[in-house]
Every structure is written in C-alpha cells, then in structure tokens.
Design a protein around this ligand. Structure first.
Ligand code: GN1
Ligand code: MG
Length: 543
C-alpha cells in the first residue's frame, strides 16, 4: 500500500537510536529530548490509527510536564478528552521500541481491525521547551505519513488540548475548540459565580501565581483580559528569565514543602504554583511567624467537595458527592471527609487515569492526587438535573441561587483532566463566595505529619500490592512487618508500593508527630530493604 511506502520513506528521516528502550507509562513517554524524534514520529502514526479506530479526533501533547527542560515527552488524548485507553499504551510502547516498524504497525492494524480508508484527525499541541517545536513537527510528519489530517494548536497547556479534543468530538456541546472558546467559557463562568459574592473583599481579588517558567504562565497572561479584573493575577516565574521547573512550580513546592526559590512571600497572602504543563496546582501561604503552609490536592478536594455538597443540599437535589483519593491522601483529609462531611470516599491506585475512572461511577465526583492533579466529574444525568432546575421558574430563591451556582461550576471546570487554570478559577470562586481566607481554608482540618521515602531494590516488582496499593501481598512477611511497625505508633498508617515512574520502592508513613512519622517511615524502609532485595547502603534514620 502507498501509505506504508510513505511510512517507510519518512521513518528513515526519524531513525531510532540503537539500544534505546522507552516505556509508555502513567505519564506517557518521557526521556531526554535528544532521544525522542523517532518516538514522536511513531506516536503520530499511532494517533492516526487510534483516530481511524475510534472514528474521532485524537490529541497528541508534546510535553514532559514537571521534568527538567532537557527532557521531553508526549501524552496521547482519547476522544472524550481523557487519557488514552490502557490497552493502547501497550501499542505505544511496542511501536516506540520496534526495530521493524512496519511489522508492528501492521500487527496493530490487524489486531484492532482498523479500516485504513477511514479518515483520521489529530490535534497536536506543545509546551515551551526548546525541543518541543522540532518534536511536534515529527508528530505531524507521522500523521501525514498515514494520510491523516492534523491541526497544530502550537503552544497550549496539556489540559487545553484535552479540552479541544472533547469540544471537537462532541460537536461544540462542550464548548468551542479554540483557545478563545476555552477562555470565554471558563472566565464567564467565573464571573457569574463571583458576581453576587457579597462577602468578597478587594484583597480576595488578588492572587500570586508561579507559572513554573512554563506554558501555564503564557496562558494565564493570555486569559487575563477575559477576567475583567474580577481576578487580578501577579505572575511570577513567567519564563522571561528563569528556567522551566527549576526551583519553582507545583512539583518543587509540594516535594520541598517550601516556596519557589527567590519568591518573596507576604504573610497571609494567597499563592499558587502550576507545574510545567499546567495540569497540576498547589496553594500556599506563610503565617505571621513566617511558617510555610501548603494546601495540596487533599485540601483542594475537601474545599471543592464541601462546596458542592452544600449547594446540592440547598438545591434539594438528591445527587451523591464522592471524593476519589489515592493511598497518599493525608489520613486527616479522609477522616474529615468521611466523618464530618459525610461524603463517599474511594481510594484508587496511583495515577490519574485510575482516579478518573473511579470518579466516573458517581453523580458528582471530585478526584485529586495529593500532588495537586485533579478535577470534578458530573455524570450526564447530574448535569441534566442541575440544568433543568436552574431553568425551573417555580422554585424558591435559595434553590435558584444554588442551581445557578452549580450550573456555573460545571462550566468553570475542565472535566477532561486536571487543569491548573480551571482549578484555580474554581478555588478562587469558592473562596470568594464563602468569603473565606486561605488561613480559614487551611484550618478546616490539620494534616497528620507524614514522610515519604524511596528505597532502591534490585527488582521493584518483588513488591506486589492489593487494596488500591494499601497492602503488600509479596514478598512474604512484608505486610505483617508493616502492620506490626504501624501498631507501635499513634494515629499511624504506612504502606509500600513500587513506583510506576522511577526505579524505586516508595514508602509512605504518617503518625501523630513528625518524629513518629519519620521513625515509622525509616523502620518500614529498613523492612523493604531487608525483605524485598535492597541494594546499596541500608536506609539510615532521619534524625
Ligand atoms: C507518590 C506520587 O506523587 N506519585 C506520582 C508519580 O507516580 P509513581 O508511580 O509514584 O512514581 O508520578 C505519577 C505521574 O506523574 C503521579 O500521578 C503520581 O502521583
Ligand atoms: Mg503535569
């Protein structure tokens, strides 16, 4: 076939480096940008096949999120704007590593019974890395080699591209597949949400945003005029001087538990940080003693779910709110949600796709990883009930107000994937409506002291887990040891699991004091080292 000849011809221009193996994992493909040209071309081919297979537009985002500037990577987006189906992740890995490209390609076509005369459409976007332009061109080459149509959105955040894909495939029902359409929808909803917020002070209109020197900064700037001064953003780390993700951004702030380097914080003011592709957000402030306070994904999920539950009650709508977390969620947040807020809490495996999937089972579900990646999902039935109520002329003022707020909430949220910009607008709207300061938000519950450690082992697959990764089923004796260590401390919890993105085992521990959390994390690390084939030096105590 002529298509295959074209693939063969073009692939010579995108040669695979010898000996390189890539893996399409939790966060797509990621490695040093020098080694990625062939993979990008091949993912262009795969996106085209996926488009033919689903008869819908598929997205390809060129980014390595919070990784250093020298790295790059790619994320594939399925028709409803969600992450690509796991079955195809396997094809992505196979194709990226194939020595005989055509054989693997034909194999996928046969297995999935793909009609090669079906039209294909692929949306492509990229972040601000210096390698992104060259690599997104390689994706476009892959699409055209298989006669697919492509639309290059150029510089966009990852969630913006997810949004475009969903808009395109729902024929405008979700919004218009343009940046202008995205800003208009979100900002109009934000303005509607906050317009009657009588408790809102002028101070509450000010927010400082750390753009991680990445794409999020550019896009916040682009959005500003749509906000009509209802939110006034001071942008830091906007990419004009600093390096992408270097000592700044959501990942740095969450992991280091401190503000971006060089950031002068005024006590009591609200700050937030995006990551390198703007699909994660965390908030923070310092108190009058200069103490740093982080409001991570758990605090965000609590704020959002409480707000939604209250509104649904006021609206008299019998829709259940659930929160989906991972095992890394702070025990205090889970306890508060279950016992005080009385919302359903589910624990999913680490990785956004697992949370998203679990959230789809509820009427209204807020899902967040502690690191700040998350969003809210409304079922179709829930959206319909809310819209019907908002348009009902025979309801009282309280119900009307709640229904309209819920309707605008649906519009401010990007339901396809965690979105720092959309999450920021929603959080700002909630604080405005409730007249709540960042300190009051933080005081809703106190995080339990916790510690995360990494242990190097010969083969991390030695650890196998169950119960959403909260219990180890192998190696023998591992879980019993963890249980008996946990029993030594108060309010303690600990679990171990192999990382999906690094060649290590992660250990998590929490307890009533930082000393206890640290000691427990250390003891569990030692147990992993001894029972699961630790390599290098034995883990040392933290103090
Ligand atoms: C404890 C932790 O933060 N794990 C991260 C990390 O996964 P690991 O499988 O733990 O390496 O990277 C994932 C992808 O970015 C992210 O979804 C997840 O939250
Ligand atoms: Mg990211």
């Amino acid at each position: 076939m002529a298509q295959f000849q074209e693939v063969e011809k073009q692939s010579i221009m995108h040669p695979k480096p010898p000996g390189l193996t890539l893996h399409y994992g939790t966060a797509g493909l990621r490695t040093n940008a020098k080694h990625l040209d062939h993979a990008m071309f091949r993912m262009g081919l795969l996106a085209t096949l996926r488009s033919k297979n689903t008869k819908a537009t598929i997205g390809v985002m060129v980014t390595a999120s919070h990784n250093p500037e020298e790295d790059n990577g790619l994320k594939l987006i399925d028709p409803m704007g969600e992450m690509m189906a796991p079955a195809w992740e396997h094809y992505a890995t196979q194709l990226a590593n194939a020595d005989d490209l055509l054989t693997v390609l034909k194999d996928i076509i046969e297995k999935e019974a793909i009609n090669m005369s079906q039209e294909a459409n692929v949306f492509v976007g990229k972040d601000t890395r210096s390698s992104s332009a060259r690599l997104s061109q390689a994706v476009l080459d892959g699409v055209s080699a298989l006669d697919g149509h492509s639309k290059d959105y150029g510089l966009v955040t990852t969630p913006q591209l997810h949004y475009m894909v969903r808009c395109q495939n729902t024929k405008g029902k979700y919004g218009e597949a343009t940046l202008d359409g995205y800003y208009s929808k979100l900002c109009q909803a934000f303005i509607q949400l906050t317009k009657n917020a009588s408790n809102r002070t002028d101070d509450q209109k000010l927010l400082s945003v750390d753009g991680a020197n990445g794409i999020g900064a550019l896009k916040v700037r682009e959005m500003e005029s749509h906000l009509k001064k209802e939110l006034q953003i001071s942008l830091f780390n906007d990419g004009s001087q600093g390096k992408l993700n270097y000592q700044c951004g959501a990942d740095f702030v969450k992991v280091q538990q401190k503000p971006p380097t060089g950031f002068k914080m005024n006590p009591g003011e609200r700050y937030c940080s995006f990551d390198g592709d703007a699909d994660r957000i965390v908030y923070y402030y310092t108190d009058s003693e200069g103490q740093f306070h982080l409001l991570d994904g758990d605090k965000i999920a609590t704020l959002m779910s409480t707000f939604l539950k209250e509104l649904l009650e006021q609206a008299g709508l019998n829709l259940k709110v659930a929160v989906v977390q991972t095992a890394y969620a702070n025990g205090s947040s889970t306890h508060y949600l279950e016992n005080t807020m009385k919302v359903i809490v589910r624990c999913a495996k680490t990785g956004v796709k697992h949370l998203h999937h679990a959230a789809q089972e509820f009427d209204v579900a807020v899902y967040f990883e502690s690191n700040g990646h998350g969003t809210v999902l409304f079922s179709e039935a829930a959206e319909e009930k809310i819209c019907q109520l908002a348009e009902d002329p025979n309801i009282n003022d309280e119900k009307k107000r709640a229904a309209l707020l819920l309707q605008n909430t649906i519009n401010v949220i990007n339901q396809t994937v965690g979105d720092a910009i959309s999450d920021m607008l929603f959080i700002e709207a909630i604080l405005a409506i409730k007249g709540m300061s960042v300190q009051q938000w933080d005081a809703v519950y106190a995080d339990l002291p916790n510690r995360q450690l990494k242990v190097k082992v010969a083969d991390r697959r030695a650890i196998d887990t169950t119960d959403a990764e909260r219990r180890a089923v192998s190696p023998p004796g591992m879980q019993d040891t963890v249980d008996s260590l946990v029993n030594k401390y108060k309010q303690a919890r600990s679990f171990v699991r192999p990382s999906g993105t690094e060649d290590i085992v992660r250990v998590y521990a929490e307890a009533d004091t930082q000393e206890s959390a640290d000691a427990l994390a250390h003891e569990v690390s030692l147990a992993v080292y001894r029972l699961a084939g630790g390599v290098g030096e034995e883990p040392k105590p933290l103090h």
